[in-house]
Design a protein around this ligand. Structure first.
Ligand SMILES: [Cu+2]
Length: 69
């Protein structure tokens, strides 16, 4: 399953990389691609393993905020 998330709080490529890494480390996530300019991340994951809450929490724990579009 693919979803788009809005990420707030990122202001440089380092932030984007940090969010991307945090999302990629969530169990079941196959791919995360952050677009810094749009403040969004595309996430591809296995919905039997990954929940919306897990994705939101990963971003929050990394120091940013996230919501689903
Ligand atoms: Cu930064």
């Amino acid at each position: 399953m693919k979803k788009m998330m809005t990420i707030t709080g990122m202001n440089c490529a380092h932030c984007a990389a940090k969010v991307e890494k945090a999302l990629t480390e969530v169990p079941g996530v196959k791919k995360a691609k952050v677009d810094l300019k749009k403040a969004q991340s595309k996430v591809k994951y296995d919905e039997t393993q990954t929940t919306d809450d897990m994705l939101i929490k990963a971003v929050t724990d990394a120091g940013y905020s996230a919501s689903f579009n």
